[in-house]
Design a protein around this ligand. Structure first.
Ligand SMILES: [Zn+2]
Ligand SMILES: [Zn+2]
Length: 570
């Protein structure tokens, strides 16, 4: 083997090919790995790419860096295992299959059949495997692609289940109600890193609405950019220590009166003047402290929830109300916003959701029933205008999140969800992060630390089809809410009242939805329908790639729980 530098046909790409050929022929990677077998370990974790997408330039960068570090450590005399892996679950796979089959939403998938749909997902997962293998070899990334871990395999899922059961038994998993960014088309909540990928500058309607105070001669002025949430309104929030003004619109005796933050009067009426020189001037009649309105009732804009009684449709105080824009009075819809939900919880408000999670109005919403939220926006504005309750309509350009896969606008909706108490480990994680030798240091002190400091409990459930089923079975019996976690295939088969055949065992939907367990109370336990966040799959890799603790127990514990390991959080 030589570089043949003086050959007429020498090129660097050609030289690289020659070297790769030599490595292949002499099995250099395998032999180097074999020779290092008994040396001290340097642990390398290959975060798995999704093989149903083509590799991109960012993969080239990350793979080059990974290889450099591993090579350097190997040359220093360490044993560096380089197990490859593939991320095979989740939305990216489902969306590809949906597109190919012409399915538009979750209903279509159900009609098509979950078993067949998931089979299509499974078949499509390795569409670009050859591209990946070629790229990996050509960039000289030494990686064991002969024995990769694959997140869809039963063994892998079994390890993920084992972890989840361990968390469950330690009371680190709970079911809650939280406001999540939700894609109405995909029908699932998105994680914050997914949301961050889809912000776009868009123009939405911005409307100022007059909501009549009960038994008073004025209306509260409210600003919103999501008119479709108005039918789900149950409260108005003011800033209790701010000054509000009762303003007469125009100088005429008996003219209409509205309430808004005193600091915003000028701004709001200037906005009217911009479009219409003859717009009325404000006449401030009285200045009132925000706290004085708290508890006041108002007349709901719509009559979709006649059963609601006070404290619904009253004015409440909230710290998050600002006087920067709008009117200083915030419309509260606890079903559609994290702040709103918190206020609702505090005040004991109902949580109406006039729309289905698919973004279409429910039947109870009268003339809007079945309407898509964005279409309803226009209709609602029109109706408010007819009712004389529209103060002003504008366009509002702002940055709004869209689904990174299907491009639907996300909505913030309160959903039942399963959580891991990651916040219980915030301190331990920060401590660990500070002990890491980050390169460059800002990645640790900045981005990672900020993220850890602001850590919130991890919402791990996903309402989809192709992924690791959450291994929690819930009792159906009335007055029994027992939940049992299943942490192994052995447990599943021994506790199931209708165990699946071992030869055809598939730890996915729909097979796992058919397995029932018997509750202590005698009732039937069924699996909850949700799947696990695909990021949990890849995050479980340090254990699951070795099928821990069912295999390779010693190897994994030696790596993962060294003598000074202390990050158990409690
Ligand atoms: Zn989507
Ligand atoms: Zn029970």
């Amino acid at each position: 083997m030589s570089f043949k530098q003086f050959d007429r046909d020498f090129t660097w790409p050609k030289a690289e090919e020659d070297i790769l050929e030599f490595w292949d022929k002499e099995r250099i990677f395998e032999r180097a790995t074999e020779a290092a077998k008994d040396r001290e370990q340097f642990v390398f974790y290959e975060g798995p790419p999704t093989a149903n997408g083509r590799p991109g330039i960012h993969h080239l960068i990350s793979r080059t860096i990974k290889d450099m570090v591993c090579r350097y450590k190997a040359m220093q005399g360490f044993r560096v295992d380089r197990k490859g892996g593939w991320d095979t679950h989740g939305l990216p796979v489902e969306i590809e299959v949906e597109k190919r089959l012409g399915l538009k939403n979750k209903k279509d998938v159900l009609k098509y059949g979950v078993a067949e749909f998931n089979q299509q997902c499974r078949d499509s997962v390795f569409t670009y495997l050859e591209d990946w293998n070629r790229l990996t070899r050509r960039t000289a990334f030494w990686l064991d692609l002969e024995n990769p871990y694959v997140t869809l395999e039963n063994n892998y899922i079994e390890s993920v289940w084992w972890i989840l059961k361990d968390f469950f038994d330690r009371d680190l998993i709970y079911q809650g109600h939280r406001t999540v960014p939700f894609c109405p088309r995909c029908g699932t909540g998105l994680s914050s890193h997914e949301v961050a990928q889809g912000y776009e500058e868009v123009s939405d309607p911005s409307v100022y609405v007059k909501i009549k105070a009960r038994d008073k001669d004025y209306s509260f002025l409210v600003w919103t950019t999501t008119p479709w949430t108005l039918p789900s309104n149950v409260a108005l929030a003011v800033k209790s220590d701010a000054e509000y003004a009762i303003v007469q619109i125009g100088a005429e005796e008996g003219a209409e009166k509205i309430v808004l933050a005193k600091d915003l009067v000028e701004q709001v009426f200037a906005m009217l003047k911009r479009d219409d020189k003859n717009a009325p001037d404000p006449k401030i009649l009285e200045t009132v402290n925000g706290s004085e309105f708290v508890g006041d009732e108002y007349e709901p804009l719509f009559d979709f929830y006649p059963e609601f009684k006070a404290p619904a449709y009253t004015v409440v105080a909230a710290d998050f109300v600002t006087l920067n824009d709008g009117s200083g009075i915030v419309h509260i819809a606890p079903g559609f916003g994290a702040d709103d939900y918190e206020v609702g919880k505090r005040e004991g408000l109902p949580v109406p959701q006039a729309i289905e999670p698919n973004g279409h109005f429910k039947d109870l919403a009268g003339k809007y029933a079945g309407m898509w939220i964005k279409d309803a926006d226009l209709e609602i504005i029109k109706d408010l205008k007819i009712a004389g309750q529209l103060f002003k309509k504008q366009k509002y350009v702002h940055s709004y999140p869209f689904c990174w896969r299907c491009h639907s606008p996300l909505i913030y909706i309160a959903r039942p969800s399963w959580y891991i108490r990651t916040t219980q480990f915030r301190g331990a994680m920060l401590e660990s992060s500070q002990a890491v030798n980050w390169k460059p240091p800002e990645t640790g002190s900045g981005r990672m630390n900020n993220w850890l400091e602001n850590n919130i409990d991890w919402s791990i459930s996903r309402e989809r089809f192709w992924g690791t089923p959450l291994p929690f079975w819930k009792c159906e019996a009335e007055k029994c809410d027992k939940v049992r976690a299943v942490g192994s295939v052995e447990q599943l088969l021994s506790e199931a009242t209708n165990p699946p055949s071992v030869d055809e065992l598939d730890l996915h939907k729909p097979q796992m939805d058919e397995v029932t367990l018997k509750c202590e109370c005698g009732g039937t336990m069924r699996r909850i329908p949700e799947l696990c966040d695909v990021w949990f799959d890849s995050g479980a890799m340090p254990f699951a790639q070795w099928h821990y603790p069912f295999e390779n127990k010693e190897l994994v514990e030696q790596i993962t729980f060294p003598a000074d390991f202390h990050c158990r959080g409690d």
